[in-house]
Structures are given as structure tokens and as C-alpha cells.
Design a protein around this ligand. Structure first.
Ligand SMILES: Nc1ncnc2c1ncn2[C@@H]1O[C@H](COP(=O)(O)OP(=O)(O)O)[C@@H](O)[C@H]1O
Ligand SMILES: [Mg+2]
Length: 373
């Protein structure tokens, strides 16, 4: 172990270039506070919104205070050494091509959401360094970030999902005419449809289209976020989430008790404002489900985790509707490989309701990353 007095040295990486920068800071603050100081030495590494890496001040305020969102600002510039001999971080001195070695770390916890964090990019960098890290690897992260490939892999595993069409901006097709869906597809999908950037999060760039006249503007908005756009039939039903965590020792996925997001009357869908700003949703943790429904959600969550080759943790989001004969229709919406990670986030609260508290959650993830694979 490289830390003081035999402690495990954990680099917690947070902030980042995505729209979820502030949420990542809050998540990281919680993770760092939960790492047992008797066993772990924390090295806080912030990634500023412009992509600069800095050694953050351990005392930095990372909570939301008086409505002000935390942000990675200044600090000593550091860099992750890609050469596995480096095993860690180097300080970048101005004018020097290669910085002096700062510290060797044992394990990295990338508490990053969205692009450059949850999409396989930092995971690729960490693979190059040879450092173990918490969470899914390159492939699972990239596949789960991409709503098209998530659906393809879930379909291959026989897991249920909603009808959809993928639009690509090949040869500028979308930019030239965002009204790109043919009549057959319109008839098949019906209204409303959800128009989404294929790789985004926090509901950014998503429009719920209730009239085809709104469709071109919705496609243009999604295409401004990602060149690939996905058009989904609306799936009626309750919004249910389930946490998945690798078991100690075996690494096999275990599922938490599911939770339900109940939107208040008049709120049609879980958009950005409903997620972070308005008091638009209520959470039932655990969800009010029959034992059979709970078991079905948990089994599907574990299968989705395996289908996407996830590691460590995931949050699997569902719609639970009712079929023509009154039977349950369970549909997977998406898989998040680094869900919001504060003690009040759904993931942590679902595990708390299942008997795994926040410190145990963090400890399981870090020790799981260090376990030989
Ligand atoms: N096909 C769909 N049918 C019904 N509601 C949907 C559908 N897709 C998305 N939604 C609503 O939009 C929200 C955000 O969509 P989601 O695909 O989860 O995006 P993000 O990755 O940004 O969280 C969901 O939580 C849900 O309320
Ligand atoms: Mg979602």
C-alpha cells in the first residue's frame, strides 16, 4: 500500500467536462467523507470544466451551499501518468515537459458523470496506467452511455425495451432536414415520442413530442448535443429504478430493493428541471411493489448489468406498465454506470433500504476494485 502507515491511497477524481460537473463534485464530497480514515488516504483530484486536472484542497467545500453549486477551480496542476511504471500522479511544473512524481496511488475512484467520465474515456486512460479503478471498464461504460448500443445489447440478452428509431447525421442528413422520420415509422411509434441525444444524461437535449409539428425542432435540439439521435415510442408506466452492486468476493451482481419516482400531477416526464430544480417528484424507497414485481425488477437489473458487462455498480432504470390482460410489462429504459452518488441519491438510498449503508457501499466498491480479477 502506498498511503501513510499502510493505508490504501485512493485518488477520488471528480468534476469533469460534462454538464454534470457540479453533481459529480457533490458525489465526490460524499465519497471522500465516507472513506474510513483509518484505512484509506484520500487524494482529491478535480477536473475543471475546461478539462484541466488539479490537486484539490481536501477541505474544499463540495456540497451545495445556499443554492451555490460547487465547482473545481484552481489548485496544483497534476497529470495522470499513462506509463504504468508511473502508477499515479505527477505535478506539472510550468515549462517542464515531464513533471516530478507527486504520489503513487493504489486505486482510483472516478466519481464522474456523463461525457469524459461515464463513457469509457477516463476508463481507457486508467487502463493505460495500469491502476485499478472503481466501476465499469471501457466497453461497459461506453455501451451504457450510448442509448442505441444499450438497447442492442439488452435485446441480444432477451431483455425488454421500447420501440425506437435511430437517426444519424450521415452526410449531414439531420442538419439538412431535421424532419427525417418517414410516415411508416411515425405510424409505428405513435405519439408522444421522446427525442433524445444518443449519448447524454440529466435529460439534457430530450424533448417529449406530442405533435409531429414539434418534431424537427426536437431533432435539432437533440442533434446539437449528439450527432446521433434516438426517437423512442413513449412507454406508459411507473418509473422504477434498481441499484446493482458487485458482491464482495465473487463480484457477482446483487440488486437492491427497487424505488419508484412519482412525478407530481401536471409533470409529464422527468426532465432536467424536475430532476434538479423543481420539487416535482416524490420517491418511494422502497417502491410499493408486490414481492413478485420486486423480484422481476431485481432479476432484470442483474441481467442488464451482466448483458452490458458492467463492473462494481450500476443503476438500472425501468418503466413498469400494464398489458391488455392486466399483466405487468417491464421495460428497461437505461443503465447508468456511475449514478448520482450522494447519500441522498437514489442509488445510495435504495441500498440503505436494503441494509447497505453509505460507508459500506463505498468500501465495497473500493475493495472490489482492488481485488484481483
Ligand atoms: N420512451 C419513454 N417513454 C416514457 N417516458 C420516457 C421515455 N424516455 C424517457 N422518458 C422520460 O424522460 C426521462 C429522461 O429520459 P432518459 O432516457 O432516462 O434520459 P437521461 O439519460 O438523460 O436520464 C425519463 O426519466 C422519463 O421520465
Ligand atoms: Mg434517466
Amino acid at each position: 500500500m502506498n498511503g501513510q502507515a499502510g493505508k490504501v491511497r485512493v485518488a477520488v477524481v471528480f468534476g469533469g467536462r460534462s454538464a454534470e460537473h457540479a453533481i459529480s463534485c457533490v458525489s465526490a464530497g460524499s465519497v471522500m467523507a465516507a472513506l474510513d480514515p483509518e484505512r484509506y488516504e484520500v487524494v482529491p483530484v478535480g477536473i475543471a470544466k475546461d478539462g484541466r486536472w488539479v490537486l484539490a484542497d481536501p477541505g474544499q467545500q463540495l456540497a451545495i451551499t445556499d443554492g451555490a453549486l460547487p465547482e473545481v477551480a484552481g489548485g496544483t496542476a497534476v497529470s495522470l501518468v499513462g506509463d504504468p511504471e508511473g502508477r499515479g500522479l505527477a505535478v506539472l511544473d510550468p515549462g517542464q515537459a515531464v513533471g516530478r512524481a507527486l504520489t503513487e496511488v493504489d486505486v482510483v475512484f472516478p466519481v464522474l458523470h456523463g461525457a469524459y467520465g461515464e463513457d469509457g474515456t477516463i476508463q481507457g486512460l486508467l487502463e493505460m496506467t495500469g491502476l485499478p479503478y472503481v466501476g465499469s471498464g471501457v466497453f461497459a461504460s461506453a455501451a451504457s452511455m450510448d442509448k442505441e448500443f444499450t438497447k442492442k445489447l439488452l435485446a441480444a440478452a432477451g431483455l425488454p425495451q421500447g420501440d425506437h428509431v435511430v437517426l444519424r447525421d450521415a452526410d449531414g442528413a439531420i442538419s439538412a432536414d431535421p424532419d427525417v422520420l418517414d410516415d411508416a415509422a411515425r405510424d409505428r411509434l405513435g405519439l408522444p415520442v421522446f427525442v433524445k441525444p444518443a449519448r447524454a444524461g440529466s435529460s439534457i437535449g430530450i424533448t417529449r413530442v406530442t405533435d409531429w409539428s414539434q418534431f424537427p425542432a426536437a431533432v435539432a435540439e437533440a442533434a446539437a448535443v449528439d450527432e446521433k439521435v434516438i426517437v423512442e415510442a413513449a412507454v406508459p408506466g411507473r418509473e422504477i429504478e434498481c441499484g446493482v452492486l458487485a458482491a464482495r468476493g465473487t463480484g457477482l451482481p446483487e440488486a437492491s430493493l427497487p424505488a419508484e419516482i412519482r412525478l407530481r400531477d401536471g409533470v409529464d416526464w422527468y426532465d432536467f428541471a424536475a430532476k434538479y430544480l423543481d420539487d416535482a417528484a416524490e420517491f418511494d424507497i422502497p417502491a410499493d411493489l408486490t414481492p413478485e414485481q420486486t423480484a422481476a425488477v431485481q432479476a432484470a437489473a442483474r441481467r442488464a448489468y451482466l448483458a452490458l458487462d458492467c463492473r462494481g455498480l450500476a443503476r438500472v432504470d425501468f418503466f413498469l406498465g400494464t398489458g391488455e390482460d392486466g399483466e405487468d410489462l417491464l421495460v428497461i429504459n437505461e443503465v447508468n454506470t456511475m449514478p448520482g452518488f450522494t447519500p441522498i441519491s437514489m442509488f445510495a438510498r435504495m441500498w440503505a433500504a436494503t441494509g447497505v449503508d453509505f460507508a459500506e457501499l463505498v468500501d465495497r466498491l473500493v475493495s472490489g476494485a482492488l481485488a484481483p480479477r
